[in-house]
Design a protein around this ligand. Structure first.
Ligand SMILES: NC(=O)c1ccc[n+]([C@@H]2O[C@H](COP(=O)([O-])OP(=O)(O)OC[C@H]3O[C@@H](n4cnc5c(N)ncnc54)[C@H](OP(=O)(O)O)[C@@H]3O)[C@@H](O)[C@H]2O)c1
Length: 239
């Protein structure tokens, strides 16, 4: 039985990933700032609930009292703001959760991780291209991919891999917030806003969480043992 840690597991993509590993028989620990949503993710599956803020060094280190075989650094957040309106506090907060959180999680994970270990970052198409109004998020997610690529070269000889999953717009609270933001900013209805948000995706639809789960499960599988430092886009061909 593998030991799996998923951060940001109280909702959306993280919740679905945690449930998928647990349903496959792995011993799953779920982390996030709020305990309530983490218990909901568990839903009686026997997961270990470990509330932690991934920007807090001591809290992250405490998650790794025992080593994990698979670590999914999924916690993340982003808000739309033009660069000229971007407060320093917002810039710092965005880098803290997406980039520094992934750094702290991977660094702690590697202290005890053995051969066959898997580090997986939930990056984004924003790791691969820019977009208007999301400079801090794009910078943070580009940083996550840089961290993944560098880490992959450091851990390769230990039989560990480090990879990134790069989804486009996914049907979660975060995807919903993006649509709501476009509705408000442009004064358009939901259908028009959804069309704009999904416009860059050749499949013209939001990505289902299960499609992101499948990519993550693959990267954690024995069959992916030679996939290292890779950015796996789940974007319908957007990039
Ligand atoms: N949805 C999309 O369209 C999309 C596309 C590409 C990439 N992604 C990435 O996928 C990941 C998951 O996104 P999602 O769509 O599932 O969003 P979500 O539903 O908002 O989930 C984010 C989770 O992260 C947790 N979190 C936030 N800040 C945290 C912190 N400081 N420490 C620990 N946990 C924290 C939140 O729980 P608490 O508030 O309880 O901490 C929440 O459960 C993120 O990294 C996001 O950037 C999302």
């Amino acid at each position: 039985m593998r030991r799996v840690l998923v951060t940001g597991a109280g909702s959306g993509i993280g919740r679905a990933i945690a449930r998928s590993f647990a349903d496959a028989g792995d011993a799953v620990t779920v982390a996030g700032r709020r305990a309530g949503p983490l218990h909901e993710t568990d839903g009686g599956r026997g997961m270990t609930v470990a509330p932690a803020d991934v920007t807090d060094e001591a809290a992250v280190d405490a998650l790794f009292a025992r080593p994990f075989d698979v670590v999914v650094a999924n916690a993340g957040a982003g808000r739309v703001a033009p660069l000229t309106d971007l407060a320093l506090s917002e810039w710092n907060a965005t880098l803290a959760v997406n980039l520094t959180g992934t750094f702290l999680t991977f660094r702690a994970a590697l202290r005890g991780m053995g051969p066959g270990g898997r580090l997986i970052a939930m990056a984004s198409t924003a790791s691969l291209k820019g977009g208007p109004g999301i400079a801090a998020y794009v910078a943070a997610k580009h940083g996550v991919l840089g961290l993944v690529r560098a880490t992959a070269t450091e851990v390769a000889r230990r039989g560990i891999t480090c990879n990134a999953v790069c989804p486009g717009f996914v049907d979660t609270d975060m995807g919903e917030a993006a649509i709501a933001g476009v509705m408000q900013r442009l004064g358009i209805d939901r259908a028009a806003a959804t069309a704009r948000v999904t416009g860059a995706n050749p499949m013209r639809r939001l990505i289902d969480v299960d499609e992101v789960v499948a990519a993550t499960v693959f990267l954690a599988s024995p069959g992916a043992s030679m996939v290292n430092g890779h950015a796996l886009a789940v974007s319908g061909g957007e990039i």
